[in-house]
Design a protein around this ligand. Sequence first.
Ligand code: PA5
Length: 452
Amino acid sequence: NNMMEEFIGPEEGFSRRQIASLDSQIRLAHHNMREKRKKGGMDWRELPFNQDDLIEAINKTAEDIRGRYEAFVVLGIGGSALGPLAVQTALNHLHYNELQAEKRVGPRFYVVDNVDPERMQALFDIIDLQKTVFNVISKSGSTSETMSQFMIVSKMLKEKLGSDYAKNIIATTDQAKGNLIRLAKEEGYTTFIIPEGVGGRFSELSPVGLLPAAVCGIDIKELLAGAAFMDKICDQEEVFQNPAYILAVLQYLAMKNGKNISVMMPYADSLKFFADWYAQLWAESLGKRMDLSNNEVYTGQTPVKALGTTDQHSQVQLYTEGPFDKVVTFLGVGKYRISMEIPKIFLDIPAVAFLGGHTMEELITAEQLATEYALMKAQRLNCTITLPEVNAFTIGQLIQLLEIKTAFAGELLNINAFDQPGVEEGKNATYALLGRPGYEDKKEELDSRPAK
Ligand code: PA5
């Protein structure tokens, strides 16, 4: 790959020797991963292995929803929204919601991950409340965005459906923490539990992602089988045998070399929202400040989402000739699910006619190679992850791969990849601004800030 010196030269590229010199750090990181896993600190890694009973329950609920409802709406944000969106877009028709009902496996699918009133109203304008299931997802059960969406929806449902309203709500939350579980019990919603040691951005393979996927007809057993398969490969200590570790090590070396920007660029529209999901995973997990005896250390890379070939015509100029501060990860596809031939016409215009007879997938693959080549020639770090095909198994693999990569990078950086104090600060400030009891001190702190 184009992270190595034999491809992009010794100035920017890395050598096997350099990787080998990190041996003790890599072994320690591997040991720490193992220990954390044993102690339950990485329960997300067990999700492909320990949910057999749950899969049955989820599939049953999904089947029931498919038979009775026209729309399925996820109310959530961050780790409680990006995974469901990424998986649904990857594995279903790209215009899934616009398909006629009989051509769709499940109800129309929406993810509302904002509190923009215009967006909320726009949703209400196109759904029939009675025929809609709202899956409110919140691990903490207290996030302002999700809870406010939920309050609006609850009131509307109650007004429309009376005491029957709880049937149109499914809660996915922690089994004890927060208010959502309390409401779910009191009001009698169908409820799925996010296991204790599974944080938001690592929760896609828990009921957070499995229920929405199953509702839209995605084979969740296959998704988990792919993740389990990848997990085994990524459990090996030997860095050159472990794809998650080698990816993390190369990014780590890049970070140490001042590459502060990490671009993910899928060459498939189906994977576009994967770059969104990954942006959160990478940014929120690794962007950390550490206090080390009078010395503050800041870690992380700024994620950038791009799409091939679309962004070749907007961002790639910067990637090839701008500052040497980026690493690009391409997501390629071995075999596209559709083949489409470009017709042999306009034969009298050779500069266009040459395209005729090729397929669109040949063109997009050639463009990907060409972009990789252009970056390589300009000595810009880049690597490629190729999915043989986009299907439930490979998507499960990709999720587990990138989650392990992120956790391992956290170990190499010696930071906690599983907390998000910077996000919590913003959440607490919102609570304070809007008058949540218990946040009076935070409100005072906010009020004493300099006026704009
Ligand atoms: O990764 C995370 O922990 C966050 O992005 C959360 O998913 C996000 O803040 C939403 O939190 P919750 O699921 O508690 O509503």
